[in-house]
Design a protein around this ligand. Structure first.
Ligand code: 13P
Length: 250
């Protein structure tokens, strides 16, 4: 059975005080449950707080970004080894906000993916098309290209226990989620594309992200190739995030 997984992406939100309440509620509300895992991905300055607050709980944690370099003169960057040193488990790589706003191309995303693996972190690799690309019927070519770039650079075995997130850009923060059928179609395509490179990759955990809420999570997570979610806005509300996690239980 493939792993089920729900991860929160807080994006650039939070404060010590707000985080404390949220983390306490998650620790109390999320218990170990079969093959379902939970994580929160928080801004760098809060990772120490997150680590301490979630210690001993069923919830793991990750970072939003990682340098492709291991150390050196890279002002403003954070290395995988630094994250790993104090217990970080996941690093999001290739989020569409980083691709669009910070110029991260496929080659850089692949380098960050490899850096995460080198440091012993599990990358959460994000892929997805823009609205214009979908309207031009380019969804599969865009997602296929984004996947191929990482598989070719990192090698198929590096993806075997990584996490993939399909996040259509037009669904992020817009309140307009992909329909379960639209998402399923791309997830099935991505799984097939990966399996063509190495049959072992058919079992990769693939999350859907983009306006997941308690009201739509269950029908999205019921689709055969959707293994959970990467949750933005709704992960800032403990009741909403806990309800979304419950919807991922099988
Ligand atoms: P929203 O859930 O706010 O649409 O964000 C999705 C996302 O970008 C998660 O990485």
């Amino acid at each position: 059975m493939r792993a089920r997984f729900v991860a929160g992406n807080w994006k650039m939100n939070g404060s010590l005080r707000a985080n404390a309440g949220l983390l306490d509620a998650l620790k109390a509300g999320l218990k170990r449950s079969g093959n379902l895992e939970y994580a929160v991905c928080a801004p760098f300055p809060y990772l120490g707080q997150v680590s301490a607050a979630l210690s001993g709980s069923a919830v793991t944690w990750g970072a939003h970004n990682i340098s492709e370099h291991d150390a050196g003169a890279y002002t403003g960057e954070v290395s995988g080894a630094m994250l790993r040193e104090f217990g970080c488990r996941y690093a999001i790589v290739g989020h569409s906000e980083r691709r669009a706003l910070y110029g991260e191309d496929d080659a850089r995303v692949a380098a960050k993916f490899i850096a995460a693996r080198r440091a012993g972190l599990t990358p959460i690799l994000c892929v997805g098309e823009t609205l214009e690309q979908r309207e031009r019927d380019e969804t599969e070519s865009v997602v296929g290209r984004q996947l191929d770039a990482v598989v070719s650079a990192a090698g198929a075995p590096a993806l075997a226990d990584a996490v993939l997130a399909y996040e259509p850009v037009w669904a992020i923060g817009t309140g307009r989620n992909a329909t379960p059928q639209q998402a399923q179609q791309v997830h099935a395509f991505a799984r097939k594309r990966l399996a063509a490179r190495d049959p072992a990759l058919a079992a990769v955990t693939i999350l859907y992200g983009g306006s997941v809420k308690p009201g739509n999570a269950k029908e999205l997570f019921a689709m055969p190739d959707i293994d959970g979610g990467l949750i933005g806005g709704a992960s800032l509300s403990a009741p909403d995030f806990i309800a979304i996690c419950a919807a991922a239980r099988r």
